[in-house]
Design a protein around this ligand. Structure first.
Ligand code: AMP
Length: 397
């Protein structure tokens, strides 16, 4: 991993400067109404800091997938409105991204004022990280601030390309993500426990490979556990399984053994007869799931084993529910894991996406040290990959 020591907004003088601030305003919107404004609220510390310190802020973000052309359905207008309410000041919305309206509004913007460009994905050049488009975007500002951790694993014009043309620093959100996750990977308080769940092994291969010789315990649950069970010759009934990953699963278990890393997979399961929330289900040992049944959650014995392994941990990283936690009948395992982490007193880091949603829905969010704001980005970070949106920022030497 390259340097994570990046300049932040506190390392530069922002007074009377025009700041192009890339934020993650990709919020859920239904019928023109924002149903969860968390991502907007998370941008406030950085935006308030910039505005309070006399910067003029040109904010930008993507929203949805407008496929590179203007589409009013994907306008940032509802976001400008909500941001304005949260900041308690007018957010001027530009009618375009790099057009005349954006440029004239940016030129007229005064210190302490904020404007929002339209959806950067209205231009196909954004996702292509087009050099000319990046230059046009950068041309409106003096300094670039990236605080969109959730898109920092993408090398797009507004997340990476603009940094070729401007001094580039991170905001508080990215700083927090890289401080907490970087420190956990480089200098973890031990025992270091990682819990991986979710549907597919293939999504988490990189993470397992990167962490297997760094952690003390790997706990595998969720749909991905069944590939490991089948690899050991267990009968897994109709449980989800990636047959092309069986050999890889065996190699990993061997590697864990050679490294003296505890490698825990479920010993029992709740298995249902149909992929439905109200299906009939039984509790069975991991090596005897009958045909016609699929494992949808860890069983009570596994809950105890996982809880015991989490108790006393110094650092816990969790990514992916250990069962189909959206369904009440199969949420107990994920709840038990969340509770065990909360009770452990460990430094706890929750990957974004489904695990973050599960932790929030189950009511444990405020017990965690850090819930990452990026699903894909946090996975790539844990894989040890360099995130283009972070790599592009200036090093703090
Ligand atoms: P991921 O996005 O990889 O974190 O996966 C989350 C998804 O995995 C959730 O939608 C869960 O419903 C699903 N999942 C977890 N456990 C299982 C399981 N045993 N069988 C099928 N899907 C599962």
């Amino acid at each position: 991993m390259k340097s994570l020591n990046k300049k932040t907004i506190k390392d530069i003088d922002v007074k009377d400067k025009k700041i192009l601030a890339r934020l993650d305003f990709n919020v859920p919107i239904v019928d023109g109404k924002i149903t969860d404004d968390k991502r907007i609220r998370e941008s406030l510390p950085t935006l308030n800091y910039l505005l309070d310190n006399g910067a003029a802020v040109i904010a930008c973000s993507h929203f949805g997938r407008p496929k590179g052309e203007f589409n009013p359905k994907f306008s940032l207008a509802p976001i400008a409105k909500r941001l304005s309410e949260l900041l308690g000041k007018t957010v001027i919305l530009a009618a375009d991204v790099i057009g005349d309206d954006a440029k004239s509004k940016a030129a007229a913007l005064k210190s302490g004022e904020i404007m929002l460009l339209e959806n950067v994905r209205f231009h196909k050049e954004e996702e292509k990280n087009d050099a000319d488009f990046s230059k046009e975007l950068a041309g409106m500002a003096d300094i670039y601030v990236n605080d969109a951790f959730g898109t920092s694993h993408r090398a797009h014009a507004s997340t990476a390309g603009v940094a070729d043309h401007l001094p580039a620093v991170c905001g508080f959100l990215i700083q927090k993500e890289i401080d907490i996750m970087g420190n956990a990977l480089e200098n973890p308080k031990r025992p270091f426990v990682v819990i991986l769940g979710g549907a597919k092994v293939s999504d988490k291969i990189g993470v397992i490979e990167n962490l297997i010789d760094k952690v003390d315990t790997i706990i595998i649950g969720g749909g991905m556990a069944y590939t490991f069970m089948k690899a050991q010759g267990y009968s897994i009934g109709d449980s989800i399984c990636e047959d092309d990953k069986l050999e890889f699963a065996l190699e990993l278990m061997k590697k864990a053994k050679d490294n003296n890393t505890n490698f825990l997979i479920p010993v029992d399961n709740k298995a249902g007869d149909e992929y439905k929330p109200d299906c009939n289900f039984i509790t069975v040992k991991s090596n005897s799931i009958p045909d016609g049944y699929s494992g949808y959650d860890i069983g009570p014995e596994t809950e105890e084993k996982f809880t015991a392994a989490i108790k006393g941990a110094g650092t816990v990283i969790w990514n992916g529910p250990v069962g189909v936690s959206e369904w009440e009948n199969f949420a107990a395992g994920t709840k038990a894991v969340a509770k065990a982490i909360a009770d452990s007193g460990a430094i706890s880091i929750i990957g974004g996406g489904d695990s973050a949603a599960a932790i929030e829905n189950l009511g444990f969010a405020d017990k965690m040290t850090h819930i990452s704001t990026g699903g894909g980005a946090s996975l790539e970070f844990l894989e040890g990959l360099e995130l283009p949106g972070i790599a592009a920022l200036d090093d703090d030497n």
